[in-house]
Every structure is written in structure tokens, then in C-alpha cells.
Design a protein around this ligand. Sequence first.
Ligand code: HAM
Length: 421
Amino acid sequence: MKIIKAIRGMNDILADDAKIMAQIQRCCETVFRNYHYQRIATPIVEKTELFARSIGAETDIVAKEMYTFEDRNGDSLTLRPEGTACCVRAGIEHGLFYNQQQRFWYAGPMFRHERPQKGRYRQFHQIGAESYGWATPDIDAELIGITQQIWEDLGLSGIELQINSLGSSEARVKYKESLVDYLMQFEADLDDDSQRRLKTNPLRILDSKSESTQNILLSAPILTDYLDDESAKEFKQLQAFLDAQGISYTINPKLVRGLDYYNKTVFEWVYPNLGAQATVCAGGRYDGLVEQLGGKSTSGVGFAMGVERLVELLKEQQIAVIDNSPDVYFISVGETARTTAFSLSQKLRKNGIIVQSHCGEGSLKNQFKRADKSGAKWALILADDEINAQEVTIKPLLSRGEQTSILQSQLLTTMATLLKA
Ligand code: HAM
């Protein structure tokens, strides 16, 4: 029979990676708690219009990458490609922005129909944060500080911060005109994507991977020169707030981001060794989005981290926690021994000891084989002799020490002492 496989670009997360993901999420939760961010969760499916109206019709995400379908009522729905639009939608719907400031975080799967490759998937996971109601760049710096703290707490090094300011929308329109004027002189020499973007989304040409386009861009007008006074002043303030936190950064005037909702601050954290998919976290300010989606004008700024890329990084830097072995493997032979083993195992687990029970029949020899394979530090053995004497036998599996028998009533204290040692 034909085997059914998972959808291309949508991965099963097996035990080792799931552990590393949990390690990342635990670390993020602690940092978010310290900064007093509140967790929220929005549905995975939203009305298509939400993303079309926020991310921008000409962006790659909306033009080419959304998983859009009609549901049974004929409504056009989309699997969320990102979390920011969803947070804004939820905030407006529940009146959370009305005379209030908010700090949120979220975690979950996102979906984009991109060409799968290492670090780029069609279902991937983000952990993100969004703040609403602050117009000043201290909140931008706080969000960047959160990410820096997460790298530190995870033990990661070598992730580099790039920042830029896109300025006000008016400043950006002026810059866009100058950029298009300049690039039109070289239209024929631009790569195909950039030729198309000249008409649809010229700022994204700055991101082009083509060497010849990048050569043309060397003498192109620079976004920084077009900044309005307020944005320029706030960009300087942002840098002072970053300096105050001891965060290093480079200003990258070509950093524009692939989503249309940004203004002023944009940033990316890049780990160059990850190759083509090197951005592990990205974000920025989006002061117009709440109003654009029908809410009262409210400043917004946030970021999202790519969890799969962080998993790779933790593996590469060998700081991933993937110890899958139990403390104890419980061997039992005979009906009475098996039931007694169940109640003793329960007591150990309730006290934080990781116990893998042998389930099903099996000779002592066979059970010992499994105990060794499990990687457990200790085997506990219950057979007829132990049952009759109300004892349990403890055998070290990782060292060559002798096995000993103790009273069942002393098992918990003995194991606790052994594991501590
Ligand atoms: P984004 O740059 O589209 O921004 O995605 C953020 C991060 O998600 C990327 O830097 C990357 O690590 C990860 N990522 C994106 N696409 C994929 C993929 N196909 N496979 C694996 N990882 C991926 C946003 O999504 C914005 N919502 C960020 C934001 C929040 N801006 C303001 N608030």
C-alpha cells in the first residue's frame, strides 16, 4: 500500500528537537515574565483580508506564499503567515488598545508556501512579542533588549544585530521616488525579480541577492539621507538606549524588511554561519497598522524569532539539552511484582524522579537489555525474592557498582540520595 507522507516543508518534530524547542520556550517565558509581557494566543486561521490589508498586497507573503482556501461557507480564510496582524486584530476586537498600553507575547506555528530548504519551511514556529501604545523609541530598545537577554540566557553567541530607520511614510515615499529614478537608468541590467519590484515594491530591491543588482545599488540614494527630522532624532535616541544596555549593533541602511506595515525602527538579528536563512529574529515599528485595520491610531512595535533556526543554532553551538534518559528503569517479573512496581514508580515520579516502567511481559534478561538501552542511571528490580522480603533491588547501570537490596519503604529516600550524589 502507498505510504502517506507529511506535506513538503511541514516537518514532524521528533523528541530531540521537541526538547530543544521546549528549552527555547522556557527561556523566553522567563525573560517575558521579567519584562512583564502577557501571553496571548490567537487562532491559526484568520480571514484572508486581514493579511492582505496589513502585510501588503505586493509583498511576497501575500502575493505568493499564503495558504488560502474557501471554507464550507464560501469565506476566504488563510493559515496565518505571521502573528503581528493577528495580535492587532485581537487587540482591536477586544478593545485592548483603548486608552491602554499593552505588552504581549505569543508562540505558535505560522504557514508560508515558500520553497523549502534548510531553515525555511512551509510550517514553522515563531515566538514573538508586540507592544502597543508607546510612540517613543525606549520601547523599541526594550524589545531588542529582550531578544539580547534571550540569546544570553540560552547561552548563544555570535548573533549580530542590524538596525535601520525607515522614517515616516512620507519620507519613505520621497525616498522610493528617488530610488526608482536612479534604478530606471539601469533597468535592463537588474535581475528579473528586481525589474518586477521596480513597479511593485522598489524598496525590496535593496534586499536583492543578485551581485549585479547589488553593484548597481552601490551608488544608489541612501534611505538614511531621506529621514524626516523626527525619525532621525528617534533613531539616535534608540541607539543611545541600545548603548545603555550594552547592545552592539550595525546600522544597515539597506535593511527594509519584507512586510509593508513598518515605519521608523526596523531590525534583524543575523547569525552569519546559518547560510542563506541567517535571520533568526526580526521586527520593527508599525505605527499605522492599528488604524489601518480599523482601530484608533495606536503605536505598535514588535519582533518574531524563528524557532527552527534557533534550534539549529543551539545544536551548532552544542548547547542544546537533549538528555533523553530516565533516572530509573523499573524491572518487574511476575504479576504481584508488576502491580507493586506501579505503585512504587508513582511515588518516585511524584517526587520528581524520572521513571520508565517496563510494560508488558519479559524475562529478566530481556528487561535488563531494555534498561541498558534506555540510558537510565539505575535499574530497580522486583521479582519473587524481593516481593517476599518486601524489598527492592537497586543496580547501577552506568557504573560497575554492586547491586543492593533495601526495604521498599526506604526506596524514595535512598533514590533521592543516590541521584543527588
Ligand atoms: P518575518 O521576518 O517574516 O517577520 O519573520 C520573523 C522570523 O521568522 C524570521 O526572521 C525567521 O527567523 C522566521 N521565519 C520566517 N519565515 C520562515 C520560514 N519559512 N521558515 C522558517 N523560519 C521562518 C514577521 O513575521 C513579523 N511578524 C515580525 C514582527 C513582529 N514585526 C513586528 N512584530
